[in-house]
Write a protein that binds this ligand. Structure first.
Ligand code: FE2
Length: 151
């Protein structure tokens, strides 16, 4: 990759890092606000998502320093929608996961054919994020609804 291409990849990786760190905070915050019968499995699912977002942040940060660049200390946008019913939490997280997915897709487009390592990384992350979005989509369907929840 040329220096310009590396800079472009690093800029996207920094936005990915910030977005994943925002995910850690968002899922942790939501996990405090789940009440009712479903609380125990939903809290543990939200905390698992926070842990996964942190693992994704670690991967992005390590990739940035591997490329000899400086990792951002900033964090992605955190909006408190005060949506605390489970459907609201899930719709919010689906929207933020879609933003992360778009960044990984931008990264793939930027490195395709230029770096096997970054290309593989971007593809694996797109696979993981799309699977995750699909899982959230299933959680938003009513029991018995097979059709995908509208985007
Ligand atoms: Fe992620």
């Amino acid at each position: 990759m040329t220096a310009d291409e590396t800079d472009r990849a690093v800029a996207l990786l920094n936005r990915i890092l910030e977005q994943e760190l925002a995910g850690v905070v968002r899922y942790t915050h939501y996990s405090f606000l789940v009440f009712g019968f479903g609380r125990i499995p939903i809290v543990s699912w939200l905390r698992a998502q926070a842990a996964e977002a942190l693992a994704h942040a670690h991967l992005a940060g390590e990739m940035i320093t591997l490329l000899g660049a400086y990792p951002s200390l900033a964090i992605g946008e955190l909006l408190d929608s005060h949506q605390h019913d489970i459907g609201g939490i899930l719709r919010d997280s689906l929207a933020s996961e879609q933003q992360a997915l778009a960044l990984y897709q931008d990264l793939l487009a930027a490195v395709e054919g230029r770096s096997v390592m970054l290309e593989e990384y971007a593809r694996q992350m797109i696979y993981a994020e799309e699977q995750h979005a699909g899982e959230v989509n299933k959680m938003l369907r009513r029991p018995g609804d097979v059709a995908a929840f509208p985007a």
